[in-house]
Design a protein around this ligand. Structure first.
Ligand SMILES: C[S@@+](CC[C@H](N)C(=O)[O-])C[C@H]1O[C@@H](n2cnc3c(N)ncnc32)[C@H](O)[C@@H]1O
Length: 276
């Protein structure tokens, strides 16, 4: 069982209640729970947390309760020099890598963001390649109708954060999903030609993973996709680069390696492409 999670929203509810029972969620909104507040402490699943500790809970941060203390689901890695954090939203949380979010969460929430991506490769069927696992949302949603999903994540720190996320739980329990903690750029060559029915390519920004936008990698995506298969390629569109429009380069490159009917769809902020 995952440890209880609190955000500022739940902390404020407990603090304002002061005494007695408070209803809230301890799993970022999946289920509801009742906690008891008494004599300056709140009792949460056998833990006794001083209300003074809840006052220190910050906005835009998730906390797990461990040894009667709220601890941030966030850490710095010396190995990657990145700061990893689970960021709450109105529904599914996102993960930030040194403040860069891995899902859209302001104009559109991560849940909808993921649903739009999966819609692009619908009907989902057969064997799916999910190139970039992150919190596992694309892997989990595509597994609903796929036979098997191979999902790759090169950064173990991301998977460590996912382990705390109640919305990522199925990533680790669903037998149709195979997580490979590997770099997809290096590993894709191991798959036979025409191995996948669907590919969902959801890379971070170009700055983080330029290799995942290379012609070499796009050619590999084409090689491993079956005839009749569908590729969805997310195209990050940060405010600053909006004017420069990044997606036409991706469209051109995908056409260049053989993809057909290559179209940019603004709603999902990505490119859908077919292999004939
Ligand atoms: C935008 S997020 C993916 C979000 C994910 N699809 C989800 O549903 O949560 C991109 C992820 O790709 C990972 N990544 C970056 N380069 C990679 C590579 N070469 N191979 C595998 N994973 C990579 C990053 O660590 C990050 O977690």
């Amino acid at each position: 069982m995952l440890p209880p999670i609190l955000t500022k929203k739940e902390a404020d509810r407990i603090i304002s209640k002061k005494e007695g029972a408070a209803s809230l969620s301890l799993d970022l909104g999946i289920s509801s729970a009742t906690v008891l507040i008494k004599d300056g402490f709140v009792n949460i699943q056998k833990q006794k947390i001083p209300l003074s500790a809840l006052q220190k809970i910050k906005e835009k941060t998730c906390y797990i309760l461990e040894d009667n203390i709220p601890k941030q689901i966030a850490f710095f890695s010396d190995e990657t020099s990145l700061y990893y954090k689970l960021l709450p939203t109105q529904n599914w949380p996102t993960i930030t890598l040194s403040s860069t979010p891995m899902h859209r969460y302001s104009t559109i929430l991560p849940k909808k963001d993921t649903e739009l991506k999966i819609k692009e490769i619908s009907p989902v069927k057969g064997i799916v390649l999910d190139t970039c696992c992150g919190l596992g949302y694309t892997a989990i949603l595509s597994s609903k109708n796929a036979e098997k999903v191979y999902t790759f994540e090169k950064d173990k720190n991301v998977l460590r954060i996912a382990e705390f996320n109640p919305y990522s739980k199925e990533l680790f329990s669903n037998e149709k999903i195979e997580i490979r903690q590997k770099n997809i750029f290096e590993e894709i060559s191991q798959f036979e030609d025409s191995f996948f029915d669907r590919i969902i390519h959801d890379p971070p920004t170009f700055k983080y993973s330029p290799e995942l936008y290379s012609r070499e990698f796009h050619a590999e995506l084409y090689r491993v996709l079956k005839k009749g298969g569908i590729l969805y390629h997310y195209c990050p569109c940060p405010q600053k680069t909006k004017e420069r429009k990044f997606y036409p380069k991706i469209v051109k490159q995908l056409r260049g390696v053989g993809f057909k009917k290559v179209e940019y769809h603004a709603e999902s902020s990505g490119v859908r492409a077919l292999k004939f």
